[in-house]
Design a protein around this ligand. Structure first.
Ligand SMILES: [Zn+2]
Length: 188
C-alpha cells in the first residue's frame, strides 16, 4: 500500500527498539479538525529529550496514509504502553474543541475511505511485524478522569478515542489481531 513518509523533525531523538518488541496496536483519533492541526500538535516539544507526542501513522479522512515515525522508534502516544506498541491516529474531530466539557459529544462519523485505509494499514503492518498480536483503543488503555472544564464538580474521561463512532465490529471482521480492549469490546 502507499504510505507517504513525513518524518517528524525529532524522529531521530526517539528511542530505538527492535521490531520484535512490538505486540500491540493502539487506535486513536486526533480529536482535531484536520491533518495540518494534528501535525502542529505532533511537532510540539514536550520532553527534555527534545521530543513530543504523536502516533506512528496518520490516516486522513479521504484515506491517505502517512508515516510520521518509523516503527523502530518508540513514539509517545499512550501512557504505559509505548515500548511495545504502534500508534495509529485517525483524523477525526472527536470532542473538539470541548474535549473535557461535561457534555461529552463526538458527532463526526468515520468515512468508509478512512476505515478501508485503516484496515489495509493494519493488515500491512501485521504481515511485516509478525510479533504484533493485540489491538485496543486508546480509551481502553487510559481510563483516567479529569475535572470538567465547565463544571468543577464533575469529572469526565481524559481520553475518549477512537470513541463511540468507531466501527470496531467491521474492523475486527477484517483483521487478524486480538482485541484486548474492554471498551472496544462493547461495540463489537
Ligand atoms: Zn489517543
Amino acid at each position: 500500500m502507499y504510505i507517504e513518509k513525513q518524518a517528524l523533525p525529532y524522529e531521530n531523538l526517539l528511542d530505538d527498539r527492535p521490531l520484535k518488541q512490538i505486540e500491540l496496536m493502539v487506535i486513536h483519533c486526533t480529536e482535531l479538525p484536520d491533518l495540518a492541526t494534528a501535525r502542529s500538535y505532533g511537532e510540539k516539544i514536550h520532553y527534555a529529550s527534545g521530543t513530543g507526542n504523536s502516533g506512528h501513522f496518520y490516516v486522513d479522512r479521504g484515506g491517505k496514509t502517512y508515516q510520521w515515525v518509523t516503527a523502530r522508534k518508540i513514539a509517545h502516544h499512550v501512557k504505559g504502553h509505548n515500548q511495545q506498541s504502534i500508534g495509529i491516529e485517525l483524523i477525526n474531530e472527536g470532542r473538539y474543541p470541548n474535549w473535557h466539557h461535561s457534555e461529552q459529544k463526538s458527532t463526526q462519523a468515520y468515512s468508509n475511505e478512512q476505515i478501508d485505509a485503516l484496515i489495509e494499514l493494519i493488515n500491512h503492518l501485521h504481515r511485516n511485524i509478525p510479533s504484533l498480536k493485540h489491538i485496543a483503543g486508546h480509551e481502553d488503555l487510559d481510563s483516567s478522569m479529569i475535572t470538567a472544564t465547565d463544571n468543577p464538580k464533575l469529572e469526565v474521561r481524559r481520553k475518549i478515542d477512537p470513541g463511540p463512532l468507531f466501527p470496531w465490529q467491521h474492523v475486527m471482521k477484517n483483521i487478524q489481531l486480538i482485541n484486548i480492549g474492554s471498551i472496544a469490546k462493547k461495540y463489537e
